[in-house]
Design a protein around this ligand. Structure first.
Ligand code: EPZ
Length: 423
């Protein structure tokens, strides 16, 4: 049976949630363990399938992986074989492209199958290869594989990215961490997970400065030693629950968040009528007055995150004024729109913008999660809708949301999974 999630909407949500570690930070950090000669212990890993797949990739390549708890892994990649890449696993997630930077840095050669992940139209890797070639690697084109070699080793260089690509910045850091000399990445991505990868590598003995700004300097280290590192909280998981409670009305307390990472999301929700306060690693959101309309421009960090725009679409449908979402990061990230329209939304997509009519009454329907955050948007729409919503494509949701149903149930939601999780 194809598993699905059923949501009966119309309940106000209230309660407290502990936010997990950030999937998109944990992925490059796990692959970075390849650069380290002894064991690393990584804490606060989110229990989601993308992380399990990554640990299976490392183990299949010969790394020793011990789970010390459900959220802590010890990885020793001393005996890792760069030729033992399991293509059936690497094609499941986008983050497998980090194998390239990590194996290139450690072995001077790397290959992987074409990385999978969410489908947003074209997802090129030219900026990744731009950094690799600047460092002296040769890229070997192949229809089904990505392959890079640096027979004479990697040498630091200055590279300017044409777009602040998160993946290219992370792969550049991985490749340069142990290269000879100094690498400078200009127009680098500033996302918190870039800074978290640098913090992990620096704890292992790397010399990386400027991560979190648009210019990163990496002085190659001769050898990296093991360390213990806790992954930063997931701002997108946090933002998704904030959007859910802003949609249903009610009161949410979040634990283990970094409110600074959520500034753009909080600012938008406040403009839409929510009240938000934060102190230390706690954040509270309360929404009692009607939702107001807003316009959203999805852009690289620190601006409004593309990974939150789908979750805001149901809120704009319910708001008094509606609004516009313009997507400036991905070519095509509105595949969720026809699904939302099945529930009564009125949305017109024109190029990179979706124009959303406010004042809608959403009604439960059978819908599909077309990708990870689109799945979260369907769950939020279901929570806000009258009647029952059945969401298929839950394997997308399981890639990035730990214990989604249990967390929502703890807030008082009527959410149920039917059918087993993928192993
Ligand atoms: C990361 O993808 C995230 N994935 C995405 O989150 C997120 O949407 C994205 O960053 C932007 O924040 C992971 O961390 C695993 P990019 P990534 O390279 O690194 C273009 C989620 O929901 N580009 O910053 O692949 C590209 O086409 C996922 O958790 C090039 O042109 O994103 C896009 O338009 C979905 N050439 C833009 O840059 C390149 O070589 C941003 O891509 C690389 C990218």
């Amino acid at each position: 049976m194809i598993p699905f999630i059923t949501v009966r909407g119309g309940r106000r949500l209230s309660g407290e949630i502990t936010v997990c570690g950030m999937k998109n930070a944990a992925l490059p950090i796990l692959f970075a363990s390849i650069l380290v000669r002894d064991s690393v212990t990584i804490e606060n890993l989110p229990p989601v399938t993308d992380i399990q797949t990554t640990l299976r990739i490392l183990a299949a390549m010969g790394a020793r992986v011990d789970m010390l708890s459900p959220t802590t892994a010890r990885v020793n990649a001393a005996d890792l074989d760069p030729d033992a890449v399991p293509p059936d696993l690497t094609t499941r997630l986008r983050g497998s492209s980090y194998l390239l930077g990590a194996c290139l840095g450690r072995f001077g050669r790397a290959f992987t199958g074409l990385p999978g992940g969410c489908d947003f139209g074209v997802r090129p890797l030219d900026q990744h290869f731009r950094i690799f070639t600047a460092l002296g690697a040769e890229c070997e084109p192949d229809a089904n594989l990505l392959r890079v070699r640096a027979p004479r080793g990697l040498r630091g260089a200055a590279v300017r990215l044409s777009f602040p690509s998160v993946g290219a910045t992370l792969n550049g850091i991985l490749a340069a961490a142990t290269a000879e000399g100094t690498t400078v990445i200009e127009n680098a991505a500033r996302e918190p997970h870039v800074a978290d990868l640098a913090a992990f590598l620096n704890a292992c003995g790397a010399d990386i400065s400027g991560a979190g700004t648009s210019e990163i300097r990496i002085h190659g280290a001769k050898i990296l030693r093991g360390c213990r590192h806790a992954v930063i909280p997931d701002m997108i998981e946090a933002g998704t629950y904030m959007a859910a409670v802003a949609g249903t009305g009610g009161r949410l307390r979040l634990r283990s968040v970094d409110p600074a990472h959520l500034a753009a999301v909080s600012e938008k929700l406040t403009a839409m009528g929510a009240q938000i306060s934060a102190s230390g690693d706690r954040l509270t959101l309360c929404r009692t007055s009607p939702l107001l309309g807003a316009d959203i421009e999805a852009l690289p960090y620190p601006l409004f995150p593309t990974d939150m725009q789908p979750q805001f679409a149901p809120l704009l449908c319910l708001s008094s004024g509606g609004g516009r979402i313009c997507e400036h990061v991905w070519e095509s990230r509105f595949r969720y729109v026809p699904e939302l329209c099945r529930m009564g939304a009125e949305i017109r997509v024109d190029g990179r913008c979706a124009f959303i009519r406010g004042g809608a009454k959403l009604t439960g329907a059978d819908v599909a999660a077309t990708d990870l955050r689109a799945g979260a948007a369907m769950v939020i729409a279901g929570l806000c809708a009258g009647g029952s919503t059945r969401i298929t494509g839950v394997e997308h949701i399981d890639r990035g949301y730990p214990d989604l149903e249990a967390k929502l149930q703890s807030l008082g939601a009527d959410v149920r999974r039917v059918g087993a999780r993928e192993p």
